[in-house]
Design a protein around this ligand. Structure first.
Ligand SMILES: Cc1ncc(COP(=O)(O)O)c(C=O)c1O
Length: 420
């Protein structure tokens, strides 16, 4: 068993972190975010931090565009083009071509739209295949889609490690989330997509925990369909609108079930009958959320300034440092719930402890924000644009303190809040 380092080793570690931060090619990004001083924020995998430019941009949209120019802003300030404009920007982060991504609705709603459309493209195949590591909303939506279709389709769930082997001639759609929200385990985007295609199935990816955290090459792996969140690593703000991707080759074959006027070929012709717009725009439904899109665009623009290979390298280094420090300084206290190999996980690290909820609450009280996922997972996200090596050191230092003093064992940390 390893022994805890002496305090001078630990102090040396912290200085080493500061040296690494000083040489970090992404170091300049931290100041572009408005983070409270002294706080260590390790929850950007759930809600990204606030870019400094967002408040001014939103004030401008509210006061000038909405306040003064009112409805003329749909044309004058290009509000109507926001879903495709920001979509084209996100396309650059996920290896998609211009015109393959649009911003609309929430991730859940986009999943509904694309899964339903995918099933319509494969009428002879009964199965939607997913895994038990998928995010619950994805599974609930799939249950809703097969129920609403009422055409004998069923959702089949397998363990995430058995997903590829479970794909067969009955599979209409494979639906998976690239990074497991609980463990951070990474599916192999290319291998799962290729396996789906070999069996003649379509592949629908949820990129919520991967967009902005690692390089993604949707067109390179020949992906069919994808969705993802705007409020995690893209820093688009709470409830930011989501994105959806449809490969060029499928776009004209999709007949949207949510056939709203914004996806009509000529919304302002006010025809009585629905005719889908050409291309990706048919996947829009109702009026876009302009304030949400304006905030999201700021976050996406910032992300586009970063080199995603550097983002990935730093994310892996932060995670490795976190594991090494936890194992050295809290030996035997936590079980690792994430893959040990950094290339096999996304940008988060998860630990298991029966008192996980209370420990996370105590950590928050000690100035480290992480989160908890039932039944026993402490989740730490490393958003490489603003998390520094020294933050990882400080987070573990405070974790050591919380465990040493049993600070978590206080009544105020035991009662579960609605959001964990
Ligand atoms: C993988 C994944 N998909 C979807 C969602 C949420 O979707 P929505 O924005 O519709 O609530 C989350 C939320 O954390 C998620 O982790």
């Amino acid at each position: 068993m390893r022994t805890a380092p002496t305090s001078s080793d630990a102090a040396g570690d912290r200085r080493a972190c500061q040296v690494l931060d000083a040489a970090d090619p992404l170091g300049c990004f931290r100041d572009r975010f408005d983070l409270p001083p002294g706080l260590v924020y390790l929850d950007g995998n759930s809600l990204g931090a606030l870019p400094r430019a967002t408040a001014a941009r939103l004030a401008d949209v509210v006061e000038r565009e909405w306040g003064r120019d009112l409805i003329t802003s749909w044309n004058r300030h290009g509000w109507i083009d926001l879903p495709t404009r920001v979509g084209d920007k996100i396309a650059r982060l996920i290896g998609a071509a211009p015109g393959e991504v649009v911003i609309a609705d929430s991730t859940s709603v986009n999943l509904f739209k694309l899964l339903d459309a995918a099933l319509a493209l494969a009428p002879e195949r009964p199965i939607v295949l997913s895994d038990t590591g998928n995010f619950p909303t994805d599974l609930y939506i799939a249950q809703g889609v097969v129920g609403a279709r009422g055409d004998g389709r069923a959702l089949k769930l397998v363990d995430e490690t058995a997903l590829i082997e479970a794909i067969d001639a009955a599979t209409a759609v494979v639906m998976a989330t690239q990074v497991n929200y609980r463990s951070g385990r990474l599916h192999d985007l290319a291998a799962v997509t290729a396996a789906a295609h070999r069996a003649g199935a379509l592949m629908l990816w949820d990129l919520s925990h991967s967009v902005g955290a690692l390089p993604i090459d949707l067109d390179g792996v020949d992906a069919d369909l994808a969705v993802g969140c705007g409020y995690k690593y893209l820093n688009g703000g709470p409830g930011a609108p989501a994105f959806l991707f449809v490969a060029q080759r499928h776009q004209e074959r999709i007949r949207p079930r949510l056939s709203g006027w914004m996806g009509h070929a000529a919304p302002f012709a006010f025809d009585l009958d629905y005719r889908p717009a050409a291309g990706i725009a048919r996947n829009l439904c109702g009026t876009p959320s302009v304030l949400g899109l304006a905030a999201l665009e700021v976050g996406v623009d910032l992300m586009l300034e970063a080199d995603l290979a550097q983002v990935r390298a730093k994310s892996m280094a932060l995670g490795e440092r976190f594991v090494a420090l936890v194992e050295a300084r809290c030996p035997g206290t936590f079980a690792l719930a994430s893959p040990r190999d950094p290339s096999a996980r996304g940008s988060q690290l998860c630990l298991r402890h029966p008192e996980g909820y209370a420990i996370v609450q105590a950590l928050i009280a000690h100035g480290v924000i992480a989160d908890f996922r039932a039944p026993d997972i402490l989740r730490f996200g490393f958003a490489p644009l603003y998390v520094r090596h020294v933050d990882v050191w400080d987070a573990v230092d405070r974790l050591v303190e919380v465990m040493r003093t049993r600070a978590w064992d206080a009544p105020e940390f035991q009662t579960r809040a609605t959001v964990t």
